[in-house]
Design a protein around this ligand. Structure first.
Ligand code: CU
Length: 143
């Protein structure tokens, strides 16, 4: 390989790395959360893409902005009441994407340690079984 080609490829890789959060296989997009006041709860939504040949599993999400961070699934119970069920893990199948969105999967921020105002950003750490830790930036916005 010519030296100039190698430098160009490296440059493209660096640009790509700064544009989105990804590991070798997974990428995480459209990361946002609802605003909230200190002491309240909030929720993070995002899309995890897995274009790879191997499935992976989201084990937990960690953040300093809340007292606890839990993976939840909202669903309607038999009497028509919305409830939330805690999930220990979320499977991210090979060549599929999993969407966390209002009314479905979300990362619950329990007991916010600080106010989250529209326009704020803060990091969370997603822990995957195979891909390991992935740090992503959350933007606070109105649903
Ligand atoms: Cu929840």
């Amino acid at each position: 390989m010519k030296r100039t080609t190698g430098v160009l490829i490296l440059f493209v890789l660096l640009i790509g790395a700064s544009a989105c959060s990804s590991t070798e296989n997974l990428s995480v997009e459209n990361v946002w959360s609802r605003p909230g006041f200190q002491g309240d709860n909030s929720a993070i939504y995002l899309t995890i893409r897995n274009p790879g040949e191997q499935g992976d599993i989201l084990l937990q999400a960690l953040s300093d902005v809340a007292g606890a961070t839990e993976i939840h699934l909202s669903k309607m119970d038999s009497s028509g009441v919305m409830t939330m069920e805690r999930k220990d893990q979320i499977i991210i199948p090979a060549q599929e994407s999993v969407e966390f969105s209002p009314g479905g999967l979300h990362i619950m921020l329990v007991n916010l340690a600080q106010d989250l105002s529209v326009g704020d950003t803060y990091p969370i750490n997603l822990v995957f079984e195979k891909a390991g830790d992935l740090s992503v930036e959350v933007e606070v916005k109105q649903p």
